[in-house]
Design a binder for this molecule. Structure first.
Ligand code: CO
Length: 175
């Protein structure tokens, strides 16, 4: 097991649409294990392929006791709308209120290569929608008003000016 580096806002890979995965093999399963480990180390509730510098259609989500592997995920059904504050491991320390569907039905493939369906609401539904966005090259800031987005981006540029667009993790990091 090892931790991935997380790519930050400004890295082109975050704006790339990830490709459908044809085969679920051991290499992919190892990647998924390391994605979960990285997500936990970063104290996030989800992590998508693009964030680790890859462009395969896979993400992981972990909210409370529910841990889901999302290979080629789609939202088959969405209902209601809810607004809540959202952040992203690729845009540390910046948050904004995003409107998302309240109830969703996810269709995806798991690490065993089996298609499954999962009904979700609340934070889990939000995390799934956020991660699927990542696979399409979309970030939560894209859902904000222009004014709010410009405010966050100005803060981002100030904080991260001249810094590397990557966040490196070491096991047992206390950052
Ligand atoms: Co994110």
């Amino acid at each position: 097991m090892s931790l991935f580096d997380i790519h930050l806002l400004g890295a082109p890979v975050l704006r790339t649409r990830s490709r459908e995965i044809a085969d679920v093999d051991d290499t992919l399963r190892r990647t998924i294990d390391d994605m979960f480990e990285t997500m936990d180390a970063a104290e996030g509730v989800g992590l998508a392929s693009n964030q680790i510098g890859q462009t395969d259609r896979v993400a992981v989500v972990g909210v409370d006791d529910t841990r889901l592997v999302l290979i080629n995920p789609t939202i088959a059904h969405a209902e209601g709308s809810t607004r809540a504050e959202e952040g992203c491991l690729s845009i540390p320390e910046l948050f904004g209120e995003v409107t998302r569907a309240e109830h969703i039905t996810l269709h995806a493939i798991n690490a065993d290569g089996e298609a499954y369906e999962h009904a979700a609401e609340g934070l889990l539904a939000r995390a799934i929608q956020h991660e699927i966005d990542h696979l399409d090259g979309i970030l939560f800031i894209d859902h904000l008003s222009i004014l709010k987005r410009q405010m966050l981006l100005a803060r981002w540029r100030k904080e991260y000016k001249g810094k590397e667009l990557i966040r490196r993790f070491r096991p047992a990091s206390t950052e």
